[in-house]
Design a binder for this molecule. Structure first.
Ligand SMILES: Nc1ncnc2c1ncn2[C@@H]1O[C@H](COP(=O)(O)OP(=O)(O)OP(=O)(O)O)[C@@H](O)[C@H]1O
Length: 240
């Protein structure tokens, strides 16, 4: 299969099991949405997939190649990019220079900028002067400058206004339409489900829903039970 296949993966932190026996399929050309409440283990799972953390069991394949024993850099060279939660830009460098830190290929830089017209318009601006949304776009553009075939995105909306997230979502969709596989962890469940194809819900380290995004939109109990969002809201539930 082209894309990512996670089979029976378990991963822990500091000797404690966090995710158990996880099965996820995220094909190329699709957006796969991974939802779940705070502390469910979403970040931990992404870190096991990209090789930041070792999986304690199971298999991870990228385009049919077993990668679970490979170091992070090897997985990246095979086309796996991970936009980590809270990853920052180089504030003193311009937009273009941030991209040139990853690649010297003009064509690849232009393609990454082509996806983000707002960044293209500000290519000579210092990254530290961009808005929060623009900086997040630059983080994603930088990951794309490595020409990945599979992109893991962890909470790109963290700290962003819903309106900004709404403008970024179509870019994620377009990437998938161009053939990249995307595994998207997102707090704005409703927005993610609008652009996604398949969906998984992780709760207490286990998958409690695997199916289509359309199907999950109807599963109000699963969405509520996972403390994701009330059916009428687009954003994360406020802490009470
Ligand atoms: N660096 C760490 N060291 C030890 N435990 C951690 C660490 N990071 C997270 N954990 C714990 O691992 C569990 C899973 O956390 P993780 O960040 O993977 O969940 P998450 O679903 O991504 O949540 P969030 O939406 O809050 O980021 C939680 O109990 C958390 O407290």
């Amino acid at each position: 299969m082209s894309g990512l296949e996670v089979r029976g993966v378990s991963v822990g932190r500091g000797g404690l099991p966090i995710c158990r026996n996880i099965d996820i399929v995220a094909p190329r050309g699709e957006v796969t949405v991974l939802l779940g409440p705070n502390g469910a283990g979403k970040t931990t799972l992404l870190e096991a997939i990209s090789g930041i953390l070792p999986a304690s069991g199971g298999a991870i394949a990228l385009d049919g190649v077993a990668v679970e024993r490979l170091r992070r850099e090897r997985r990246a060279r095979l086309g796996l990019a991970h936009v980590e939660q809270g990853r920052a830009v180089f504030p003193g460098l311009t937009v273009e220079e941030n991209l040139m830190a990853v690649t010297r290929s003009r064509a690849v830089i232009e393609r990454a900028l082509d996806l983000f017209p707002r960044l293209a318009a500000r290519r000579r601006a210092k990254a530290g002067l961009l808005s929060g949304g623009e900086q997040q776009m630059l983080v994603i553009a930088r990951a794309l400058a490595g020409a990945p075939t599979m992109l893991l995105v962890d909470e790109m909306s963290l700290g962003l206004a819903p309106i900004v997230v709404r403008t970024a979502m179509p870019v994620i969709r377009r990437l998938a339409d161009e053939g990249v596989g995307v595994l998207l962890v997102e707090q704005f469940a409703a927005l993610a489900l609008e652009i996604g194809d398949r969906a998984y819900v992780l709760n207490h380290g286990e998958i409690v829903y695997a199916g289509t995004c359309t199907g999950l939109r109807d599963e109000v109990d699963i969405l509520r039970g996972a403390y994701l969002t009330s059916p009428s809201s687009n954003g994360p539930r406020a802490e009470s």
